[in-house]
Ligand binder design. Sequence first.
Ligand code: PAF
Length: 282
Amino acid sequence: MQTENTIQSVRDILKPTRGAGRIIGLVPTMGALHIGHISLIQAAKEQTDFVVVSIFVNPTQFGPLEDFDNYPRPIDKDIQICEQNGVDLVFAPSVNEMYPAKNITWVEVEKLTEPLCGRSRPGHFRGVATVCTKLFNIVQPDIAFFGQKDAQQAVVIKRMVADLNMPLKIVVCPTVREADGLAVSSRNKYLSQEERKDAPLIYQSLSSAEKLIKSGQRQPEKIIEEVKTVIGRSNLLQIEYIEIVDAETLERITRLSGRILIAVAVKFGSARLIDNILVDAS
Ligand code: PAF
């Protein structure tokens, strides 16, 4: 496995790989790799011939009061995880390599970035779309792999790729969960012991909502009420949003039908966690 820090060296390595007709897979990450990322690497290994993992904590997707400075950066451990999981190339650029000058060119996806996390994180998806475009231009993958845990991000990136005719496919892999249901996330590290004990309530609330839908409930308010009740069992959790939206347009729905996304964002002190489930309500 090779680890490179510059755009030029990545291009130099990938040119002959592409020339030899090998299918290139990209797993974009911000490091602090966990089993969720490993599942993306595994999918990339199954579906492509040459797997690139990018490790870059992207400053342009963090708001001024967010955790950019404190975001975990265990780079040696991350490289080891990539090596152990059969990655071919790690691209771990510096901020200066990715943004040598103050950025004045942005990729902005409208509408889909307004609801859900877009409301409390202005500029976040502009940073994500811009850095993913840069990574796609640098690596030129045939397929890029994202996790369903960041449902809105996956929808935004898919739409950006379609709207801008980017020549790659986006694969979205299922959310990986701890044994108690908590969605695996680099930000779970921020939870205290007490908070970690209550954190499975997030997924429990989504599972209860799903049960309600399966039993015939079609009124979004009733389902949101159920999610609120389950999360309300902990007084450590503060709800930022509970939303039921169309899985593709992310528009709020008034009566459940078709493929819907139930998404929640909660705060535990300074830690903000998100989770979601896709349900077929037809
Ligand atoms: O999901 C993430 O880790 C990041 O948003 C991504 C896609 C690597 C862009 O920085």
